[in-house]
Structure formats: structure tokens, C-alpha cells
Design a protein around this ligand. Structure first.
Ligand code: AMP
Ligand code: GLY
Length: 432
């Protein structure tokens, strides 16, 4: 089986490692990949958004399955373009990818399917948005409708912050066309979880839960990022919460998408707030999470490739997953300055030794290989994952590996998983 993974981050490195293990695999390509994926696959120099280039390559190389990592090519229709060329793709059509491409669309699906979510309204005129904020007060959440590289959401503690967000998004147009429409919603309070399912258009197979750490600063302070670290199966994702997430959120969304004639296939990622009466939908993403992917895949015992194939062929109901009895945690190493401006090109020493710490796997997220060695080439640069008997051991191993790295321009949060260590363990919350 010949497989092409699209993307160049830590998520795609983790996917490549998992797919490379499959006895079904004969050849693995990653476009464009990174120095990490080059260790387990052949990188090809085609950009993530070069859809004609990706399709032409897949046809020429007789690719049996394409696995897109990031959302942008999916929202731009890579699955449709591949389908038109007769190439199988584990990922949603452009129409189904609207679940991530438009926040308003997600809210409409949630309402149509009876999925619990924050109360909301949408606006195309700044004036009306300002009036609405005056009427409902703070805290309140302001969201640019379209894709804004994870920066289109403002959780406003005060009415002033909310007005400022409307001015930035709708009047100053800081996110361009993505902010032409704004969704304003009730602020949910609780613990956040990322719940994953592999979907084939009809069925959903539970694929694990993780807790991301979105803020750049320790104790969840500072601006939002793509994710500074994640832990597998956080204690507040009890078996009951997982069950409710599947039955109240994921499965109703799949039914509603199918009813509309745009069935969803691929990784469905539900960002949920666990409130007293159960999980509430914050957002859907149409792909695996990053760094959640680097956190969940290391504890998957099953071969990933046949699972994704089954989802692509509509035979997911024949699949049963096996998981290792271990905990898993990932700490992301970033370039100083991230999520603001940062420098690239500084060398990272000690990767090999650090990667030998027991249970540790270092995924490349934003690196480049030069003769000198591995250089930083992004905001999020490395995703350091470790598995262990319990969360404490997994975290200790990840930080031990990080302490062996010598990278002057890098930083990480030192408190990944801290709240979970304090929380009482409840339930097994192991995917099954
Ligand atoms: P997003 O960019 O859509 O991933 O959203 C960024 C973050 O904003 C989420 O991970 C939540 O932490 C927060 N957020 C979004 N919507 C809400 C909401 N309705 N209530 C509270 N927090 C929210
Ligand atoms: N870590 C959150 C995301 O992938 O969107």
C-alpha cells in the first residue's frame, strides 16, 4: 500500500511514524514533510496548499491513500480534487470541512442536531455587534467566522474588550475576509477537552481524548497558541463524559451532516467544555489536533493504516481498536517570542540523546536540516512526547528529555499536566 501524508508539522511526523509501522505499507511519502518525517518516509517538495501538485503526484505515484494533516487543504477541497482523480483520501470533502471553515456553519449544525453548545448570534454589521454586546454584557466570546490561524477567537472578560475585538475583527479587518462575519457567544466555564473520532460518513469510532494547553504562559496565562502541550485521557474526561461526547455531540453531528448530503469522513475533533451537566461543544475541527495527535498515537496499539482505510471504504463498523495501558504527555518546545514574532535558524543540540530517554519520542514540528544539524524553523519547533505507567512518569520523562536539549532560543511551559496531577482520578477513560 502506497500512502501520502500532507503536512509538515509534529502531527504529520506522528502520523508518519504510526503509518510507517504498518505491515500493509509498501511506500510512504510526506509532502512537504520535515527532517523528522524524513527518518521514516520520503519527503516530496510539494506545498500543503498546492492541490493540483498534490493530485498530480498522487496519480503519478499510484497512491492508494492520502492522509491530509492540516485543515487548510481540506477546507480548500483537496479531498474532492483527489476523488475526482480516483484517489482515496482520509479526510472530509470541502463541503464537510465547513465544520471547521465556518464557525456559523458549526453553530447551525449544532442547533440542527440538538448538540449542547453556547448560546450564540451572528453579525455582518459591526454596529449591530456592538449593540448586542451592550445588551448581553460580559464575559462573552467573539469569533471571526472563517479560518484565522487559531487567532480568531477572543474570550472577553469585559464589555470593553468585547467592543475592541469587534473593532479589530470587523472594522480593522485584522483577519481579512475571515472576519466579515462574527459569531458572538456565551462564555462556557469548565475544563476543556479535545475528543477525537475516526468517521466514515455514518459511523464514528472513538479515538481518544486529550487536554491541550492553549495559552503560552504557565498557569494558563498570556495569548492563545496552537497548543503548548497535551495529556492523554485527562481525569475530568470520565467514561461518562466520553460517552456523552460521542452520543450527544459526535454522532448527532455525523447524522446531521449525512442528512444534509455532506457526510463527514476523516478525523472529527470536538473541542468541548465539560460543564456540570455534561460536555458542551466549543468547536469542531476536521482533522487531528496538534499536539493531541503526538499524544494519542503513541498509546495506540492497533495498526493505524487499516483503521483509516476502513473509514475511507465505509467499513468502520468492522474495526476494534487496541490501546496500550500507558499514559502519555507531550510538551511543545517553541521559539522564544512565539506566538508573536520569533527568529528562525538557531541550532538545536542534543536531539539524539534526548530521544533516547525511556518512553520518549521527539516529533519535529518546525525544524529544518542543514549540514550543521537541526535548526529551528517555526514557532512550535518540537513536540516532546513520553509515555509512562502514569501521568507523573510520562511528564517526568518528557521534561528529562527537554533538559537534555541544548537550544538557546527555545522555551516550553513547565506546567503541562499539572492540573491533571492534582485532580482526583475518576474512571478509566481509556478508549475502547
Ligand atoms: P478556537 O480558536 O476556536 O480553538 O478557540 C480558542 C479557544 O477559545 C478555545 O480553545 C477555548 O479555550 C476558547 N473558547 C472558545 N469558545 C468559547 C466559549 N464559548 N466559552 C469559553 N471559551 C471559549
Ligand atoms: N491543539 C489544537 C488544535 O490542533 O487545533
Amino acid at each position: 500500500m502506497r500512502v501520502l501524508i500532507i503536512g509538515s508539522g509534529g502531527r504529520e511526523h506522528a502520523l508518519a511514524v504510526a503509518i510507517a509501522r504498518s505491515p500493509l505499507l509498501t511506500k510512504l511519502y510526506v509532502a512537504p514533510g520535515n527532517p523528522g518525517t524524513a527518518e521514516v518516509a520520503e519527503n516530496v517538495a510539494i506545498r500543503t496548499m498546492d492541490i493540483p501538485g498534490l493530485v498530480a503526484f498522487a496519480v503519478a505515484e499510484k497512491i492508494d491513500l492520502v492522509i491530509p494533516g492540516p485543515e487548510a487543504p481540506l477546507v480548500a477541497g483537496v479531498a474532492d480534487a483527489l476523488a475526482a482523480a480516483g484517489i482515496a483520501c482520509f479526510g472530509p470533502s470541502k463541503a464537510a470541512a465547513e465544520l471547521e471553515g465556518s464557525k456559523k456553519f458549526t453553530k447551525e449544525i449544532a442547533d440542527g442536531a440538538g448538540i449542547p453548545t453556547a448560546a450564540w448570534a451572528s453579525f455582518t454589521h459591526a454596529e449591530e455587534a456592538h449593540e448586542y454586546i451592550e445588551a448581553v454584557g460580559a464575559p462573552i466570546v467573539i469569533k471571526a467566522d472563517g479560518l484565522a490561524a487559531g487567532k480568531g477567537v477572543v474570550v472577553a472578560a469585559t464589555v470593553e474588550e468585547a467592543h475592541a475585538a469587534i473593532t479589530e475583527i470587523m472594522e480593522d479587518k485584522v483577519h481579512g475576509a475571515a472576519g466579515a462575519l462574527v459569531v458572538i457567544e456565551e462564555c462556557l466555564v469548565g475544563e476543556e477537552i479535545s475528543v477525537f473520532a475516526v468517521c466514515d460518513g455514518e459511523d464514528a469510532l472513538y479515538f481518544g481524548t486529550a487536554a491541550d494547553h492553549k495559552r503560552v504562559g504557565e498557569n494558563d496565562t498570556g495569548p492563545n497558541t496552537g497548543g503548548m502541550g497535551a495529556i492523554f485521557a485527562p481525569p475530568w474526561a470520565t467514561d461518562e463524559v466520553v460517552e456523552q461526547s460521542m452520543e450527544r455531540v459526535i454522532r448527532p453531528a455525523l447524522r446531521e451532516m449525512a442528512r444534509r448530503g455532506t457526510p463527514f469522513r476523516g478525523f472529527l475533533f470536538a473541542g468541548l467544555m465539560v460543564e456540570e451537566d455534561g460536555p458542551k461543544l466549543i468547536e469542531f475541527n476536521v482533522r487531528f489536533g496538534d499536539p493531541e495527535c503526538e499524544t494519542i498515537l503513541p498509546v495506540l496499539a492497533s495498526d493505524l493504516l487499516p483503521v483509516l482505510l476502513a473509514a475511507t471504504n465505509g467499513t468502520l463498523n468492522t474495526v476494534k481498536l487496541e490501546w496500550l495501558a500507558q499514559k502519555s504527555a507531550t510538551v511543545v518546545m517553541c521559539a522564544k517570542g512565539y506566538p508573536g514574532p520569533y527568529a528562525t535558524g538557531s541550532e538545536i543540540y542534543g536531539l539524539e540523546e534526548a530521544g533516547q530517554v525511556e518512553g520518549v519520542k521527539i516529533f519535529h514540528a518546525g525544524t529544518m536540516a542543514e549540514q550543521a544539524g537541526i535548526l529551528a524553523n517555526g514557532g512550535r519547533v518540537l513536540a516532546v512526547n513520553a509515555v509512562g505507567e502514569d501521568l507523573r512518569e510520562a511528564l517526568a520523562r518528557a521534561y528529562a528529555a527537554i533538559d537534555m536539549l541544548d537550544w538557546e532560543d527555545g522555551f516550553c511551559r513547565r506546567d503541562i499536566g499539572k492540573r491533571a496531577l492534582w485532580a482526583e482520578p475518576v474512571g478509566g477513560n481509556r478508549p475502547g
